[in-house]
Design a protein around this ligand. Sequence first.
Ligand code: IPD
Ligand code: CA
Ligand code: CA
Ligand code: CA
Length: 263
Amino acid sequence: MARSAIINVMVQAAMKAGRSLARDFGEVQNLQVSLKGPGDYVSQADRKAEEIIHAELSKARPGYAFLMEERGAVEGDDDQHRWIVDPLDGTTNFLHGIPIFSISIALERQGQIVAGVIYNPAMDELYTAERGGGAFMNDRRLRVAARSKLSDAVVGTGIPHLGRGHHGRALVELKNVMGETAGIRRLGSAALDLAYVAAGRMDGFWENWLAPWDLAAGILMVREAGGFCSDRDGGQAMFDSGTIVAGNEAIHKALLKTIQQKS
Ligand code: IPD
Ligand code: CA
Ligand code: CA
Ligand code: CA
């Protein structure tokens, strides 16, 4: 499969950062860790990976703006393009030695996500998508799962940690989804949750309180694999609301209805 120039740039940055994460994952007990808020950890590994991605992407495309989890927004001379980067999605897993974490890089052009890369270095799984060009895992074309009944579906989610609040609403949603699906999974990396929906490994995914860097590449991945994404009201304000519901057309619709139930 021939990759486009822009995907190559993103893959190179993700792989380089991935090598840094893989080294740090091997000696996680030696990493400096700090708390950004209750239950919200950041380590040297997150920051190092972010520096690598920032340097690689700036070298390849000087002037593009950035939105990154740790550094925040960095303005560029080019107001048409913005990189949206999560250098380590799944910090909690990483710090516990659980090999489910990823790097997520998306490119936004005039407000629209046009390319996305998600990489899990521990499993060496590389997900890529370009608007209109399909989604791939390594070199395999991806397609969302075909199951149409929620009762057959395995659905991913995220559970808010202490300090996030909103635990009441999360419990209501969990109760309702658990009563209607074949199983719920909590992987711990929202970008990988979306990549797994794109790959047909999970039939759907929903979560609240996410940031654009958790979502940007994954939304494109799901859409390019033939799936549907919306916010929890069925609209397209995923970045502003921080909410997402994803799946094939039928699962997306059914999941949306289930999580919207008030009690
Ligand atoms: C977190 C992961 C997790 C989700 C959290 C995110 P981080 O990202 O995506 O799955 O449930 O809400 O904050 O902090 O590990 O990059
Ligand atoms: Ca974080
Ligand atoms: Ca994240
Ligand atoms: Ca992160």
